[in-house]
Ligand binder design. Structure first.
Ligand SMILES: *[C@@H]1O[C@H](CO)[C@@H](O)[C@H](O)[C@H]1NC(C)=O
Ligand SMILES: *[C@@H]1O[C@H](CO)[C@@H](O)[C@H](O)[C@H]1NC(C)=O
Ligand SMILES: *[C@@H]1O[C@H](CO)[C@@H](O)[C@H](O)[C@H]1NC(C)=O
Ligand SMILES: *[C@@H]1O[C@H](CO)[C@@H](O)[C@H](O)[C@H]1NC(C)=O
Ligand SMILES: *[C@@H]1O[C@H](CO)[C@@H](O)[C@H](O)[C@H]1NC(C)=O
Length: 396
């Protein structure tokens, strides 16, 4: 009898061991696969997507890429956009925004998305946008922002016209910059501060700076950081409860490497002092950007989401583009996909694969469509009875 009992005991132990091993294996397997399945199942995106959005499009801050993301969302979700009225391409910039700069502005018309260049003016924006609008913007290191602005607006901005290089400008800005020489000088100093509607020539006094930063914080739910673009998209997507594909993009309106200049080290320090208000703005919101990101996502989860975004971008690159390298104007074969060129900047675009089926072609075209063409396209969809935007100059 004892031997029988002993035998069944051993048998029981063996079964237990087998079960334990199976459970261990399963846990291991599921753990790996839950991670793989996460984008399908445990998406951070729960609830209805946010569809009322105001994006303050700052200048030379990767904001054209964000614009492409918003335009695509507008088009694929049949939303309305607050577009520039008549033949205009901007919402009155550099003048302070007023509602009548918007085509078909109320009352009582309200739009879903507002994202073209404007100088922020909350009461007027609120005449056009609904109460529950999500406000966000993007900032870039003011030193690189100024470098980009100098190349792009070289012939347009009085302060830049008469000076050979940004190094020379920063060595003696007082010689070239005259605050009373009209608003186009806004591109030459504290341009982001100006875009938020503030005085870009104000002295950077502590109480003044703090009060304006608090204004921005009160109104804007999120400030993205251009230097951390992919992390920015991860955070934006969570806040808007959007799908991954909604925030995947190619870089649009970027310059060729040979039209990016490197500044002398002393110029970088001078730029921070010259654009002290922008520097404070950037430092403040770079800090809060990372605080928000870390409060919301474990660093490992953040890396995972950034990796997913990049993987999807690579997939779309392979699907859509002839090759991954951006092309200059003469290399872009489809004239409709040539981006607007400005100043000394060589603005790049893309060539699509020639063999795409119609549905894929439409998706890919939206991803690479330069902003003026895309705006003209949305305008015609939204206001078929109005004369279309005249963008023939883009194809010359
Ligand atoms: C948008 O409108 C088109 C045509 O009216 C329709 O086919 C499509 O399903 C709509 N899409 C969404 C997301 O509502
Ligand atoms: C700045 O511009 C104003 C208006 O054009 C002019 O009156 C003034 O003399 C200029 N200041 C300097 C220092 O050039
Ligand atoms: C922005 O914040 C990140 C993370 O804290 C930091 O590594 C980076 O140096 C900051 N950038 C600037 C220009 O201060
Ligand atoms: C475009 O790029 C090609 C190849 O790099 C170059 O030879 C050509 O000069 C560029 N065109 C313009 C207009 O810059
Ligand atoms: C694709 O689009 C072209 C041009 O718009 C059209 O002629 C053709 O019939 C479309 N093909 C299919 C399969 O829908």
């Amino acid at each position: 009898m004892p031997s029988v009992l002993g035998g069944s005991h051993r048998c029981f132990q063996a079964v237990l061991l087998f079960l334990a091993l199976t459970v261990l294996l399963l846990v291991g397997f599921l753990h790996r696969n839950v991670q793989l399945l996460m984008p399908l199942l445990g998406d951070p995106v729960q609830g209805l997507p946010v569809t009322n959005i105001m994006f303050l499009k700052t200048h030379k801050t990767a904001s054209s890429t964000v614009l492409n993301i918003l335009y695509r969302f507008v088009e694929t979700h049949n939303l309305s956009a607050a577009l520039p009225a008549g033949s205009n391409f901007q919402l009155g910039y550099p003048w302070l925004f007023v509602a009548r700069y918007v085509e078909g502005a109320g009352p009582p018309r309200r739009f879903n998305v507002m994202c073209n260049h404007l100088r922020f003016n909350l009461p007027e924006v609120q005449k056009v946008m609904p109460e529950d609008t999500f406000y966000f913007s993007i900032l870039r290191n003011p030193v690189s922002q100024l470098e980009s602005s100098f190349i792009y607006y070289k012939n347009y901005v009085p302060a830049f016209r008469g000076v050979e290089s940004l190094d020379a400008f920063l060595a003696a800005p007082g010689v070239y910059y005259n605050a009373s020489k009209g608003m186009n000088n806004a591109y030459a100093r504290n341009n982001m501060w100006f875009d938020f509607g503030f005085d870009s020539d104000a002295p950077a006094e502590e109480s003044y700076v703090r009060a304006r930063l608090a204004d921005v914080e009160r109104r804007f739910q999120l400030l993205l950081i251009a230097e951390h673009f992919d992390e920015s998209m991860v955070l934006l997507r969570r806040r808007l409860r959007w799908q991954l594909d909604d925030v995947v993009s190619f870089r649009v309106n970027a310059r060729s490497a040979r039209t990016v200049t490197s500044l002398a080290p002393e110029s970088r320090e001078r730029a921070k002092r010259w654009c002290a208000l922008d520097w404070r703005l950037y430092q403040h919101f770079n800090r809060s950007f990372w605080e928000q990101l870390h409060a919301e996502l474990h660093p490992r989860a953040l890396r995972r989401e950034v990796a997913l975004l990049r993987a999807r971008r690579r997939e779309l690159t392979a699907l859509c583009l002839q090759d991954a390298t951006p092309k200059n104007k003469t290399q872009i074969t489809d004239r409709h996909l040539r981006p607007y060129q400005s100043g000394k900047a060589e603005i790049l675009g893309y060539n699509l694969r020639p063999d795409l089926d119609n549905a894929t072609l439409r998706t890919c075209q939206r991803l690479v469509m330069p902003e003026l063409q895309y705006m003209a396209h949305l305008y015609s969809l939204q206001f078929p009875e109005k004369p279309p935007k005249d963008i023939r100059f883009l194809e010359e």
